[in-house]
Design a protein around this ligand. Structure first.
Ligand SMILES: NC(=O)c1ccc[n+]([C@@H]2O[C@H](COP(=O)([O-])OP(=O)(O)OC[C@H]3O[C@@H](n4cnc5c(N)ncnc54)[C@H](O)[C@@H]3O)[C@@H](O)[C@H]2O)c1
Length: 354
């Protein structure tokens, strides 16, 4: 029986992965790890809680994580755990550095010293920064050029994992960079669930600046299927030439090549609820240092591992909007516990030190 250790399992993507994994591999033992921080929500695991072993642990705590590894002896590790909310990273970068950089190192180290079959470090398109005018997309060969506290912390984690790839060839560690995800169980601070939950309560959809920030959008289930494909891929050992060519490292960029502006996303949600975008969208001051445009090329994943997304964008957005309409209890409980989500940067003073 294979043992999976999945971190960040009470978050948006980790929970979706655990739901899918229990269906794909009903005989596997799934150890779900999360410290249930700001974005963590135990209710995300409700549908599978009887099928997983849940451990409330901080991945950046080496002794606690080593104990978990030695207790369960995982074959497969997927590290989704990260602090991920860009606005919050501006207000308090410290927690992001700890989870996204130190946490990545502790996870890699535990996999190295205890021994696993394969480990996937889940990262983001945002480590590449923003595209220059005329640049089509990023690839695995693009330099890391993060400029926000969130993406810089993720890029630090990436560099650490690359060092583990190069230094410890006996450790089978792989990495993914994914485009923006949409789907069920996303905290209603992010654009799509924020838009739906606002509209259902008679509030407008806030859009940062002109809303023309351009993003690459992928259904969360497609992200999960890509991560699973990378985890189980039969890969050759890393060649010596990878030292100067990161395209040869076991790193895979994930995207459905679907570029859409934030304003377009907001309009789609408003019209899905039969409302008028002119009336129900309001432009608010932009987040400081907001990446303007990013897109990645999934050609390596498609060619080497024959992965393809299964969710068509228009249908995926419609299903996602319907999910939030149908799961009002889920998001009302979150808003009752955390207060109104979403940021108004015109009201923010200087960021406190963290
Ligand atoms: N959401 C996206 O569009 C997107 C796109 C590409 C990559 N990613 C990456 O995918 C991963 C998951 O993203 P998400 O959107 O589900 O984020 P999320 O914030 O919804 O969930 C992350 C989870 O990790 C947990 N966590 C954070 N730090 C931890 C720690 N030190 N120890 C234990 N648990 C910890 C949180 O409590 C939370 O439950 C992240 O690594 C993120 O960088 C996200």
């Amino acid at each position: 029986m294979a043992v999976y250790l999945v971190t960040g399992a009470a978050g948006f993507i980790g929970a979706n992965y655990v739901h899918l994994l229990t269906g794909w591999e009903p005989d596997a033992q799934v150890v779900a790890v999360d410290y249930v921080g700001f974005a963590g929500n135990m209710a995300n695991l409700d549908p599978v809680i009887d099928q997983v072993s849940f451990e409330r642990v901080d991945i950046a705590d080496p002794a606690a994580m080593e104990t978990i590894y030695r207790r369960y002896r995982p074959d497969y590790v997927v590290n989704f755990a990260a602090e991920s909310h860009n606005d919050r990273a501006i207000l308090g970068p410290g927690a992001f550095m700890r989870s996204n950089a130190l946490g990545a190192q502790v996870m890699a180290e535990c996999s190295r010293i205890v021994g696993v079959t394969a480990h996937v470090h889940v990262s983001t398109i945002e480590v590449y920064g923003e595209l220059a005018a005329g640049q089509r997309w990023f690839t695995e060969r693009s330099p890391l050029n993060a400029k926000t506290p969130y993406s810089a912390a993720k890029a630090a984690g990436d560099q650490i994992v690359r060092a583990y790839m190069a230094t410890y060839p006996e450790l089978d560690i792989r990495m993914t960079h994914c485009a923006n995800n949409y789907g069920p169980y996303q905290l209603p601070e992010k654009l799509i669930p924020l838009a739906v939950t606002n509209l259902l309560r008679g509030k407008k959809v806030p859009v940062y600046g002109d809303g023309l920030q351009s993003r690459d959008w992928l259904h969360v289930a497609d992200h999960c299927s890509a991560v699973h494909r990378v985890l189980h891929a039969d890969l050759d050992p890393i060649p010596a030439a990878a030292g100067t060519d990161p395209g040869l490292l076991p790193i895979f960029d994930i995207s459905a090549r679907r570029e859409v502006t934030n304003l377009d996303i907001a309009r789609r949600v408003v019209t899905a609820l039969d409302l008028d975008p002119q009336e129900w969208i309001e432009h608010i001051p932009d987040r400081p240092n907001h990446d303007r445009r990013y897109l990645i090329d999934p050609a390596k994943l498609e060619t080497d591992l024959q992965w393809r997304p299964e969710h068509e964008f228009e249908a995926g957005i419609a299903e996602t909007v319907a999910w939030y309409i149908e799961h009002r209890d889920w998001w009302e409980t979150i808003i009752a516990a955390k207060g109104e989500l979403g940021f108004d940067w015109s009201q923010m003073g200087p960021a406190p030190a963290h």
